[in-house]
Design a protein. Structure first.
Length: 567
């Protein structure tokens, strides 16, 4: 590959590599994730720097996975230093079912460009295709172009070691589009490199794609952190009945609907952070436990939400949702009681003494409640987990909670609130912290320089508003907050063994300087070449040098200050 790249300039290299990588099918959950890792390893080994140092390129297999692997490469600057900037990108894509009849061409940018140039059903897409400034194809913007930009910059620095005042660790990860197994597995490797090679990670630079936030948006967004995510889940146990006796039932679907009504897309539950795009919780699943038709009402319902975390902790989310759910259940109790009373009055039937109370409890408190009755709740949950390890993780969490409910001798109607996978920490800069404040200032200076050089309009934001691997490089929760999260997560160590202590110990800021494009995860996905291949590589390069120089300068200043104090 190097023989083809060496005669090209930087934008040509980035474009060539993007088209080449788009042509590799690396759909999440397929063997293609392993294939592209092998291809990237071979590309890197073709560079002269790595031909001389083949041990500086290596892969890390993902545990219990047949083909996924992380790819690493280390460039050490001419001047010996521990200071290191991480370049990272994900190498998987979503599927291609959305391409319909064009599915065979999903990985062929030239074919797609020709097609969309005549596609008059969407004038904007057609205009972009006709301009020649956009590259189409699955993964073109999310994010083979990002991988290509990092490769081009690694090649540059490997041939100009005198311009690298530190080190670069390149990290390509699979499975970003699903469970983030790549970057989670990489935590142990980052810790090993820190301990064995003495590397100090100044920052990570991700280049996951950015996109206009509204029609005519002129900004190129740079993010100094990444939003987190939690999956609040609700197991709702009601009281079943024959439809002929429906007024005596306590329908869990009705309870679920009332909870959903209060939480789904409730903007009041979105964190309000000035200048940031923050999103409300979204219902991702609402269903009951019935697997086939009967005239019995459902006994239980399952419900979970996507809940973005910006500054809030999982503990604070639990407290909010507990309060909302208690209010919802009180209204449901009143509604059921009133409907039953009206039914009795209409039919002149003797009423029954029926309780409409619905207990609302967190998983942690429910386990305590059961153990207080002498019931070995934790052992039962562990046994269910072991016996059903092949189940889909969220379904397994519900099964564990359902089995705990079955242990309750009173069969009390209740809502158990807990967390299901995935959990993504929020990673952001704290301007009160000296390290973070200096890093932020360095980024601002580089953006100002680039704006003067290119005329681009940049907007600096705190949180990448979608999901990104950078979330897993730092963790801000206190011990109390972390304890609350884990205690409300069924069998955390088995279901989602996230190395939270290692992540918090590494504490690596992650800046997102992304390729620019439109329609990620759509069949019209495309990357804008003038910015992504001409401006962005140099922006990342300048930022890398600035961060390493600033860190090196701070170390020298600290050393001289200490030496002066001793004298």
């Amino acid at each position: 590959m190097y023989e083809q790249l060496k005669t090209m300039n930087l934008p040509e290299q980035a474009e060539f590599l993007t088209k080449y990588l788009v042509g590799v099918n690396s759909i999440n959950g397929t063997a293609g994730e392993g294939t592209i890792a092998d291809i990237l390893q071979n590309i890197l080994l073709s560079f002269p720097y790595f031909r001389k140092r083949p041990d500086h390129v290596w892969v890390q297999k993902i545990p219990d996975d047949p083909y996924r692997k992380n790819v690493f490469a280390l460039i050490e600057g001419q001047k010996r230093s521990s200071q290191t900037v991480i370049f990272h990108s994900h190498i998987d894509t979503v599927g291609v079912e959305d391409f319909g009849h064009l599915k065979p061409a999903a990985f062929q940018p030239d074919v797609l460009e020709a097609f969309f140039a005549t596609y008059d059903l969407d004038p904007n897409v057609q205009a972009d295709a006709q301009s020649g400034d956009w590259m189409f194809g699955r993964g073109a913007v999310d994010m083979k172009s990002g991988v290509a930009v990092h490769l081009a910059n690694v090649l540059y620095f490997s041939e100009h070691l005198d311009r690298l005042p530190g080190n670069i660790l390149l990290m390509f990860n699979p499975d970003e589009e699903s469970h983030h197994k790549g970057v989670i597995s990489a935590i142990s490797e980052l810790k090993r490199l820190r301990d064995e090679k003495g590397l100090t990670f100044v920052s990570a630079i991700n280049n996951d794609f950015i996109t206009p936030l509204y029609d005519g948006d002129p900004h190129r967004y740079i993010y100094t952190g990444a939003a987190g995510k939690i999956l609040p889940s609700f197991y709702i146990y009601g009281r079943e009945a024959h439809v002929g006796d429906t007024l005596s039932s306590l329908d869990p679907n009705f309870v679920a609907a009332e909870i959903t009504r209060r939480i789904h897309n409730n903007v009041e539950l979105a964190e309000h952070i000035e200048g940031e795009l923050t999103l409300p919780p979204t219902c991702l699943q609402q269903r009951d436990n019935k697997e086939f038709y009967t005239v019995q009402t459902a006994t239980s319902s399952y419900l979970y939400f996507n809940y973005f975390l910006f500054e809030l902790s999982a503990k604070e989310v639990m407290e909010k949702l507990m309060a909302i759910t208690k209010e919802a259940c009180m209204d449901v109790e009143y509604y059921f009681k009133r409907q039953y009373q009206q039914f009795i009055e209409r039919t002149d039937l003797p009423g029954k003494d029926i309780s409409w109370h619905i207990e609302v409890v967190s998983l942690a408190d429910f386990i305590k409640e059961l153990e207080g009755k002498g019931i070995p709740a934790r052992e039962v949950a562990k046994k269910v987990c072991l016996e059903n390890s092949e189940m889909e993780p969220r379904a397994l969490c519900f099964k564990m909670v359902e089995e705990l409910q079955n242990l309750d001798p009173n069969k009390q109607p209740r809502v158990v609130i807990f967390f299901s996978p995935p959990y993504l920490p929020h990673n952001y800069l704290n301007e009160q912290n000296e390290r973070d404040a200096k890093l932020l200032q360095s980024v601002k200076e580089v953006l100002e320089e680039t704006k003067l050089q290119t005329g681009e309009t940049f907007a600096l934001k705190r949180f990448f508003p979608y999901l990104a691997d950078g979330s897993f490089l730092s963790l801000h929760e206190t011990e109390e907050e972390l304890h609350s999260l884990i205690q409300n997560f069924p069998e955390w160590e088995s279901i989602y063994p996230l190395p939270v202590n290692d992540i918090r110990e590494l504490n690596i800021p992650s800046i997102n300087m992304g390729v620019y494009g439109k329609d990620g995860h759509k069949w019209t996905e495309r990357v804008y070449k003038p910015y992504s291949f001409h401006v962005l590589p140099k922006l990342i390069r300048q930022t890398t040098v600035k961060l390493l120089e600033q860190k090196e300068s701070a170390i020298i200043h600290s050393f001289l200050k200490t030496k002066s104090a001793r004298l």
